[in-house]
Design a protein around this ligand. Sequence first.
Ligand code: FES
Ligand code: FES
Length: 155
Amino acid sequence: MTEKFTLNVNGKTQTVEADPDMPLLYALRNDLGLNNPHFGCGLAQCGACTVHMDGNVIRSCVTPISSVGDTKVVTLAGLGTPEKPHPVQKAYVEEQVPQCGYCINGWVMTAAALLERNKKPTDAQIKDALTGLKCRCGTHMAIMRAVKRAATMMG
Ligand code: FES
Ligand code: FES
């Protein structure tokens, strides 16, 4: 049976009617039209669906909508705008990271959360934070350069 859920997404309050077990990812993409979090594996294995909940990275493909409550959800679209990109978004463009781009949401959202709590991460800390994200196009070296570039911008 469906229920109504009030979500705070990218600073806006919006209501979604859904089965309580429905993944947050489906609400974001299908109900709210926010297509940056991608469906990759659906099993918490790739990170393509990553969003922030109260500043923490979560995998929205395995997060039931009923568990979101009044936490503040931020998607890639809420991180920055084309006119005023987040430093990580700016650095990804400057380092020309994306190939197919399918995975990028997860890397950017995870790097942004890392730099929020650690402005000067070491290479090891960056690698540790990004563990578990997958890129089939092999952009890993460019991603490292972009995260370090973003850290410099924010430092
Ligand atoms: S789609 Fe969520 S982790 Fe892969
Ligand atoms: S850029 Fe294609 S999967 Fe990462």
